[in-house]
Design a protein around this ligand. Structure first.
Ligand code: IMP
Ligand code: MG
Length: 173
């Protein structure tokens, strides 16, 4: 297993996080946001992003899985669900990466059925080429090619999440 050179450096990520937080803060001015991090992958992005927001934030999480090794199973499992009452809230879903879109679509439908005031999605990475379900993304950090990436929260078999940058993960041949 080899980790390639950074696809996105710590500095590029930090700059993008600030840019996204500025946009979100402007859009939600005068409102409170229920920020929902999709774990585990989004934990680092979530922590950095909400720290840079200039609006009142309530924090919650969803723990969901759809991936085994490097491919999506297409079946989404919820291991921990939002504990906050979603009805009437401005929900902002925060995700590390959108790949097929199956996980996010499932989570989105689940939240929409609980009558939020609004629901928006912020994803750091978008692998658009792989999309199976078309979901509206409100805030996107970077479009990336169809490579498996690790670091900054993203894993391969639960490893490499602690890398401070994002790199392409390759199996040794
Ligand atoms: P989707 O349901 O196919 O959109 O998968 C989304 C989830 O799969 C993300 O939340 C990630 O946790 C995981 N995932 C997708 N692509 C990658 C990748 O390149 N590296 C690490 N995890 C990934
Ligand atoms: Mg994830």
């Amino acid at each position: 297993m080899i980790i390639g050179k950074p696809l996105l450096t710590t500095e590029q990520i930090n700059d993008k996080v600030i840019e996204l937080a500025e946009m979100i803060s402007r859009d939600y001015i005068g409102k409170e946001v229920l920020a929902v991090g999709i774990l585990k992958g989004a934990f680092m992005f979530f922590a950095d992003l909400i720290r840079a927001l200039r609006i009142p934030v309530v924090v919650d999480f969803i723990v969901a899985t759809s991936y085994i090794k490097t491919s999506s199973t297409g079946e989404v499992k919820i291991h921990y669900d939002i504990k906050e009452d979603v009805a009437g809230k401005n929900v902002l879903l925060i995700e590390d990466i959108i790949d097929t879109g199956i996980s996010l679509n499932y989570i989105r439908e689940r939240i929409l059925s609980k009558s939020p005031e609004s629901l928006k999605v912020c994803a750091l990475l978008d692998k658009r080429e792989r999309r199976v379900v078309d979901i509206p993304l409100d805030y996107v950090g970077f479009q990336i090619p169809n490579d498996f990436v690790v670091g900054y929260g993203l894993d391969f078999e639960n490893k490499y999440r602690n890398l401070p940058y994002i790199a392409v993960f390759k199996k040794k041949t």
